[in-house]
Every structure is written in structure tokens, then in C-alpha cells.
Design a protein around this ligand. Structure first.
Ligand code: ZN
Length: 265
């Protein structure tokens, strides 16, 4: 099932529903992170929102073999974890805003498979890790490379936490439609030109291994979003580098999930 979060009217609170058509949903009653059911009634979607408001966003760096190579890094021995501010989430279609108060000139895209946990996880073994997954979506882990590399003290959180730097969507796909998250194509287009196109079969640490690692002695709250890493082809590794600029349109896509497009302002 494809689940969307949306407004039926600008003044109404957000709702979840089963995605029926681009502008039509079957309403979900209840709590997506508890008990819920399909209400049977169809309603128009006035505006699509990011499918979840995360309780936490855990990002994984250097998790594709070819991307680790292009950055000149070694294949990591353990997953490389960073945190991204939950308030950095942006809706499908809404803009990625280049920071101004803290100017950033090297803003980059990263297409990623995002995993949403449906219930709290702690010490989840890899064999049962997918039981905790509510669904999958596409993410753009937007990153200001100047703040990530030269002005960071080797911490990535500042560079990846600016408002609008985490577009999510367009929908949440339940695991029955994605039985193997380790075999999905994903990619990025900037102004229609393909800049990333790869497969999650190149992941160094797959989704079950990541959940086991991240939940070890650590409570991951329901609603946690795990960004599983980006494949090669990021703007900073291109010659010359390709930075996002006002007027651009960025689309990230994941097979089975769909396309997530955001303008840059
Ligand atoms: Zn990333």
C-alpha cells in the first residue's frame, strides 16, 4: 500500500490516506504508529505533505561502495552515523532554500532510500529488523558541503540540518510492496539531467544490518527515519562540482516509491 500525508483544505489538520490517484486518497482513521484502518471514503488531496514528521532522522554516510570510492574514503568498518534535525523535513514540491543567515555556496543533493520505523526498536536483531519497518520513502539528504567539510570540526550535523534540507516523499510504501529493500534502483535528476542512477544492492550495510546497529543499546522511537546513504554521482565529486542554485529543480526517485521533486530557491 502507498500511504500519503496531505491536506484536504489549507485550514484542516494533516491526514493520512491510501494513495489512490495523484489527487485522491482513501482516508486512514487512527494513528499510523498505533491502531489504524482504512475508512473507505475517498477524498481529494489539496496538498501533498512529507509522509511523516520524524521523531528523529538518523543518517548514514559513505554506505555505497562506489560513493565511498568517489569521496576518496575507505569502505567503513562500521556504519557512519550522523543526526539531522527533524525540523529539516520538506514536503514534495516545496522549495529547498539555500541558507542565507549562515551562507552556504556548496549545496548538494543526495538521493536515498529512507526507512520509517513503525514502533520503538531496541536491540533489534537483523533477522527480525524488518518487522519494525512501517514503510519506505525517498529522501533528498541535502548537504552544504562547505559546512560539512571545511567548517565542521568533522561533524556533519550543521551542514545537513538547515531548514528544508530533508525532502521526503512522495509516499510511504508498506513493506509488502518492497519485500527486498536491498534490490531497488534509485537516482537523482537535476533540471532533467540524470546525475545519480544506481541500486541499493551496492549498500555496504543493508537495511536489517543498519537497524541492528542503530538500535544496539539504543531506543529508536517509532517515527524514526533512517537515511540509508547515497550512491556515487553527488555534485561535490563531479568535475567541475555541481552545486544547487536558485531556479534549479531536483528530483530524487526510488523504484516502487516514486519521484520527489523540489525547486531550489
Ligand atoms: Zn546522505
Amino acid at each position: 500500500m502507498k500511504i500519503v500525508r496531505y491536506l484536504t483544505d489549507p485550514g484542516e489538520p494533516p491526514r493520512w490516506g491510501r494513495w489512490v490517484e495523484p489527487n485522491l486518497a482513501e482516508r486512514i482513521r487512527g494513528d499510523l504508529f498505533g491502531e489504524w484502518s482504512l475508512a473507505g471514503e475517498l477524498e481529494p488531496i489539496a496538498k501533498l505533505l512529507a509522509p511523516v514528521q520524524p521523531t528523529a532522522i538518523l543518517g548514514i554516510g559513505l554506505n555505497y561502495r562506489r560513493h565511498a570510492e568517489e569521496t576518496g574514503g575507505k569502505v567503513p568498518e562500521w556504519p557512519v552515523l550522523f543526526l539531522k534535525n527533524p525540523a529539516s523535513v520538506q514536503n514534495p514540491g516545496d522549495p529547498i532554500v539555500i541558507p542565507r543567515a549562515l551562507p552556504a555556496e556548496e549545496v548538494d543533493y543526495e538521493c536515498e532510500l529512507a526507512v520509517v520505523l513503525g514502533r520503538n526498536a531496541r536491540n533489534a536483531p537483523a533477522e527480525r529488523a524488518l518487522d519494525f519497518v512501517l514503510g519506505y520513502t525517498a529522501a533528498n539528504d541535502v548537504s552544504a558541503r562547505d559546512w560539512q567539510i571545511r567548517r565542521s570540526g568533522r561533524q556533519w550535523c550543521r551542514a545537513k540540518s538547515f531548514d528544508t534540507f530533508c525532502p521526503l516523499g512522495p509516499c510511504l510504501v508498506t513493506p509488502d510492496e518492497i519485500p527486498d529493500p536491498g534490490n531497488l534502483r534509485l537516482g537523482t535528476r537535476v533540471n532533467g539531467e540524470t546525475v545519480q542512477d544506481w541500486t541499493t544492492s551496492d549498500l555496504i550495510f543493508d537495511v536489517p544490518q543498519l537497524i541492528e546497529f542503530l538500535s544496539a543499546d539504543t531506543t529508536l522511537l517509532a517515527g524514526t527515519v533512517i537515511l540509508t546513504g547515497t550512491p556515487h554521482g553527488v555534485g561535490m565529486a563531479r568535475q567541475p562540482p555541481l552545486w544547487l542554485k536558485p531556479g534549479d529543480a531536483v528530483t530524487v526517485w526510488v523504484d516502487g516509491v516514486g519521484e520527489l521533486t523540489n525547486p531550489v530557491v
